[in-house]
Design a protein around this ligand. Structure first.
Ligand SMILES: Cc1ncc(C[n+]2csc(CCOP(=O)(O)OP(=O)(O)O)c2C)c(N)n1
Ligand SMILES: [Mg+2]
Length: 279
């Protein structure tokens, strides 16, 4: 079990990994990766039942995770590397031809640690619901987790799944929203006019848990609540900030999908603590 300080240190390194890998690639998605860093760090290092040494997509006795918002690949790869699924040095191959680390997660190239590829918004939650139902039918106690973006939640498929999962009482499904209030085109409320996602999920019959997505105590508490409650699928609404941890990226949707220059990379690195060694 990691301490809060250890989780903070890992997250700081993961943020450095995101900045370096996206900067070297010359393209990619740092904004949402930085807002969901603490959530995924806590998930992989503290909450999920999954072991890199024995991980296989079809292995029994483990939880399943799907990064439904597949553009968050940089943070997914950094967390997987730091959790021991592959050597951190491989992060330098992000988006390079022939690399496992494609711009959106592709398990076809040998990537381990996530259940399936993603990138087309909306699909991952539906798949996670299917996995949760299959586990229930098989009498397996493990769970399915999915990470969603708030902009992703504008997809119709999300709400079909919302009804399906509540109707089947999939209380072994834990969805997490990176609620940074921004997406590719700006504010969620100015794109669809709807930012009250917590109320929407509750109206669709889900158990909604609210947490601060940059406070590990709050994140771990939310996971604990999700673990013990029964009867409904869970949605953890993690309040976050796009670009969190780097002052010139924070709260700015311009960093949804833009690589920092070499100079910006240096500036960002100076703001983040190196704790595990750069790759
Ligand atoms: C089906 C589909 N439509 C459009 C896109 C293009 N797209 C990628 S990310 C994104 C915005 C997502 O917003 P959000 O989930 O809030 O992510 P954030 O900007 O916070 O990282 C869009 C429209 C896509 N990947 N898939
Ligand atoms: Mg967003």
């Amino acid at each position: 079990m990691k301490t809060i300080q250890e989780l903070q240190d890992i997250a700081s390194q993961v943020r450095r990994d995101i900045i370096r890998s996206v900067s070297a690639a010359g393209c990619g998605h740092p904004g949402g990766s930085l807002s969901s860093t603490d959530i995924l760090t806590a998930l992989y290092f503290s909450e999920m039942k999954q072991d890199p040494a024995t991980w296989r997509r079809d292995a029994k006795g483990q939880d399943a995770f799907i990064p439904s918002a597949g553009h968050l690949a940089p943070v997914v790869y950094a967390v997987l590397a730091r959790a021991g699924y592959f050597e951190p040095a491989k992060l330098g191959t992000l988006r390079k031809f022939g690399s496992d680390l494609q711009g959106h997660p592709s398990t076809e190239h040998g990537l381990k640690g996530i259940f399936m590829p993603s990138g087309s918004l909306g699909q991952g939650l539906a798949a996670a619901a299917g996995i949760a139902l299959a586990k229930k039918l098989a009498g397996e106690p493990e769970r399915a987790f999915a990470l969603l973006g708030d902009g992703e939640s504008e997809e119709g498929e999300i709400w079909e799944t919302a009804m399906f999962a509540a109707g089947h009482k999939l209380d072994n499904l834990v969805a997490m929203t990176d609620w940074n209030h921004l997406q590719i085109d700006g504010k969620i409320e100015s794109v669809t006019g709807i930012d009250e996602l917590d109320e929407k999920w509750a109206a669709f019959g889900w158990d909604v848990i609210e947490a601060d997505g940059h406070d590990f105590e709050s994140i771990l508490k939310a996971f604990e609540i999700a673990r013990v409650r029964n009867g409904k699928p869970k949605m953890i609404m993690f309040s976050t900030e796009m670009g969190h941890g780097v002052d010139f990226m924070a709260g700015n949707h311009g960093w949804h999908g833009k690589a920092p220059s070499a100079e910006e990379c240096e500036k960002a690195m100076a703001q983040l603590k190196e704790t595990l060694g750069d790759y």
